[in-house]
Design a binder for this molecule. Structure first.
Ligand SMILES: *Cc1c(COP(=O)(O)O)cnc(C)c1O
Length: 385
């Protein structure tokens, strides 16, 4: 994909930072730290030392105690562990859950599964700007509510939820709070988010780390509510059995350390590029912005082009890494359920593109991309019946 004349880094995934890659490479071969971190011989102990250093780095990006970090294969597994693991452990006393219609599939699908297993779920609908009012969360909580699961930053629109207020509402009601943190890390300041949530799921590959590794933050007070969903060797304090993937975890740690040191600068730069992209696209007649410009994620810009099929646009823009929604959902060809939940009709939802910016995006990329989009939208509108 390096040959793409215009490369807009995709929020669905990012290239591994070379500094991350070299830290990972040190943990693979015979001359490196290839031991099993659970083994008590010297090779194992050296691997365990690197895993624990990475745990410190991963914990720091959300302001957590390192002992509260459980390494998983990604945010999907982390969310499944929190959502299924607490629900199944407490099904005899709390059978009500709260979430929203605009969550990532990693949250929606486990909760839908729990619905089939007999849990009652209140699905909140966001305002037309994508926000879930903390008061709406508060109003949905019942004496038998086990948890609420409301994400930090939406992966299609970049809307940021007030997780401090949502966390407060949950705490006051004695309800657990799980938050999908995958899109906020490295793009927004997150050094205090652990204070607001009981469970937090995130993943390395959205912040220039490797695919296939992530973490679940489990606050001390939430630990007794959680039971594992994988059973075996008892790694990760019994919460996630299976040999810890040293190289993956070390890469994740390095990616978090870099994001902590450089995220503010990257974020400010991305915010400028995003504003430039929007102002170039807004010069087309009839375009609609689906992302909040001022306080949304700097990495995401979602725009509707009425009268144009998003899929035709993606096909016509072969040089651009853009998508009509989330990468996980675009295979289905369905119009985005996130935009539909915001009240956009099917036609408008189908006429939308998500642009994602990253550490590697340049102003030249933005200029070329907006130029190509303007050309293609104008062409498709001219040939439309
Ligand atoms: C990417 C993403 C996930 C899933 O992460 P994986 O590493 O693929 O499991 C979950 N939630 C959000 C908001 C995401 O952007």
């Amino acid at each position: 994909m390096g040959g793409l004349p215009v490369y807009l880094d995709n929020a669905a995934t990012t290239a591994v930072d070379p500094r991350v890659a070299s830290a990972m490479a040190e943990c693979l071969t015979a001359d490196g730290t290839y031991g099993n971190p659970s083994s008590s011989h010297a090779y194992g102990r050296e691997a365990a030392r690197r895993v624990e250093m990475a745990r410190l780095e991963v914990a720091a990006i959300i302001g957590a105690e390192p002992g509260c970090i459980v390494f998983t294969s990604g945010a999907t597994e982390a969310a499944n562990l929190a959502l299924l693991g607490t629900a199944r452990a407490n099904a005899d006393r709390r059978k009500h859950l709260v979430s929203s219609r605009t969550e990532h599939r990693a949250t929606l699908d486990p909760i839908r599964q729990l619905e089939k297993e007999g849990f009652a779920v209140t699905w909140l609908t966001p305002d037309s700007d994508g926000r879930i009012a903390p008061d709406a969360v508060r109003a949905a909580l019942r004496p038998d509510t086990l948890y609420a699961s409301i994400m930090h930053v939406n992966n299609e629109t970049g809307v940021v939820q007030d997780i401090a207020a949502i966390g407060r509402a949950c705490r006051e009601a004695g309800v657990l709070y799980h938050c999908d943190l995958a899109q906020g890390i490295g793009k927004l300041p997150t050094a205090d988010v652990a204070r607001h949530v009981d469970f937090g799921s995130f993943t390395a590959h959205k912040i220039h780390g490797p695919k296939g590794v992530g973490a679940l933050y489990v606050a001390g007070q939430a630990r007794p509510w959680l039971r594992p969903i994988l059973h075996g060797g008892g790694q990760e304090r019994g919460l996630r059995s299976g040999t810890v993937a040293t190289h993956q975890v070390v890469g994740f740690g390095r990616a978090c350390a870099i994001a902590l040191a450089e995220g503010a600068r990257d974020g400010a730069r991305m915010r400028e590029l995003r504003a430039a992209l929007w102002s170039a696209l807004a010069s087309l007649p009839e375009v609609l912005l689906n992302s909040p410009l001022d306080d949304g994620s700097p990495a995401i810009l979602n725009v509707s082009f009425p009268g144009v099929e998003g899929e035709s646009l993606v096909t016509g823009l072969a040089d651009l890494a853009v998508s009509t929604g989330s990468a996980c959902n675009s295979a289905s060809g369905e119009p985005s359920y996130v935009l539909r939940a915001l009240g956009r009709d099917t036609g408008l939802a189908q006429a939308s593109l998500r642009f994602s910016l990253g550490r590697l995006t340049t102003m030249l990329d933005i200029e070329r991309a907006s130029e190509a989009v303007r050309r293609e939208v104008t062409r498709l509108r001219a040939v439309a019946p």
